[in-house]
Write a protein that binds this ligand. Structure first.
Ligand code: HEM
Length: 353
């Protein structure tokens, strides 16, 4: 496996946990003009992050861009990430994981809300009427990184080298340094949750509430959240994902919850976890977190490396590609792409040094 340090520059997937985040999901409008506006805006997102981020370097502003399966096809790139597909909805034993609309994800993070707010303004301004916003959820960090169920959330995320190894694609030569991300917005029934004892809540999660220690094997239920989300490959190696869940909502509006976001080098790991949570292992032995939490969205995106994201700006214009022979278009003409049909990925493969 190539070492992660030899990958092309990834997006800031593994940036440290921040106090604030915005989860912005948009749908592309029909037509080649919308496709071109989106594609060229994405290629410029790094520059927008610099414009806002430079105004407070300590705020740690980052933005990770994800691209849905249909949008990727509309951009007309010559190659396709192997595991990019629409989110697979799940009809669970008692609770369902729905698929919802979403062509582009902007996962904006910073230690200041105003930085996220400003970057979102610039991104939406550039996208203009090329998109329709389908989800705009501001998230915040709650006390000791707890979710609104009161449990510390994120403890068992991989750290050190294992972080990049879990998050970044290492086996698709054209997309090294990319990632896949699954997002789900969960709303909580906090009055039902607070009506059960702390001990029962701990058995549902699989960790103690006050000091965040994993339950002993002897008392760990087979359907705890921790057990169902501990998955291994055929050789018994544990498979990790990288999570940056955030609390969101408003008591006044009557809706509070957890925004789940999980990055991985292959979506199959997260999909397996979802199967185990919703269907159960064995079927019926499902995750009881779902008795108190309803998934209201579900999307899957490919997260290109920074270099691939920038490269999208150089792809042929969709307006030119869709024009009838002889038809005059006002769009920029298609640039010359290499005759091998590649995304000029030679310099993305990390094999240049
Ligand atoms: C662990 C909360 C959804 C995957 C945890 C923990 C909490 C938690 C409190 C224990 C501390 C930690 O290690 O982070 C929640 C809440 C969710 C949610 C409130 C939504 C309502 C999901 C989903 C997935 C997932 C949808 C995957 C598809 C995991 C994994 C762990 C974990 C992999 C670590 C297991 C381990 O190795 O110990 N979650 N989670 N979670 N969760 Fe979730």
């Amino acid at each position: 496996m190539p070492s992660v340090s030899r990958f092309p520059e990834p997006q800031a997937v593994t940036a440290p946990l921040t106090e604030y985040a915005v989860f912005l999901v948009v749908a592309l409008q029909d037509g080649p003009a919308a496709t071109d506006t989106a594609r060229t805006t994405l290629a410029d997102v790094d520059a927008l992050v610099r414009s806002v981020g430079f105004r407070s370097l300590h705020a740690g502003l980052t933005c990770v861009v994800g691209i849905g399966s249909d949008a990727w096809d509309r951009f007309g790139a010559p190659t396709r990430p192997a595991h990019l597909h629409p989110f697979v909805p799940i009809e669970g034993y008692r609770h369902d994981a729905p698929r919802t609309e979403g062509d582009l994800l902007f996962h904006i993070r910073a230690s200041r809300h105003d930085m996220c707010f400003e970057l979102e303004r610039l991104i939406l301004g550039r996208l203009g009427d090329a998109v329709r916003v389908v989800d705009d959820t501001p998230g915040f960090r709650y006390f000791d990184a707890r979710d609104l169920l009161g449990f510390v959330d994120g403890t068992e995320n991989p750290v050190g080298d294992e972080l990049g190894e879990a998050a970044y694609i290492d086996s698709e030569p054209d997309f090294l340094g990319g990632s896949y991300v699954i997002t789900q917005r969960y709303t909580h029934d906090l009055s039902a949750w607070s009506s059960i004892s702390t001990e029962e809540q701990e058995r549902i999660i699989g960790r103690t509430k006050a000091d965040d220690v994993e339950l002993d094997d002897a008392v760990m239920p087979t359907n705890s959240h921790v057990t169902l989300n501990t998955v291994v490959d055929e050789d018994g190696n544990e498979l990790d994902i990288v999570r940056f869940n955030m609390a969101f909502g408003s008591y006044a509006a009557g809706e509070v919850g957890t925004y789940f976001i999980g990055y991985a080098k292959s979506p199959e790991t997260t999909e397996l976890m979802l199967q185990r949570m919703f269907v159960g292992d064995p079927p019926g032995n499902y995750d009881r977190i779902l008795d108190f939490s309803t998934a209201t969205s579900g999307c899957l995106f490919f997260v290109p490396s920074s270099a691939t994201l920038e490269m999208l700006g150089d792809l042929p214009s969709a307006a030119v590609a869709s024009a009838a022979p002889g038809e005059v278009t006002t769009s920029v003409p298609a640039p010359d792409l290499p005759s091998d049909g590649s995304l000029r990925v030679g310099n993305l493969r990390g094999d240049h040094d």
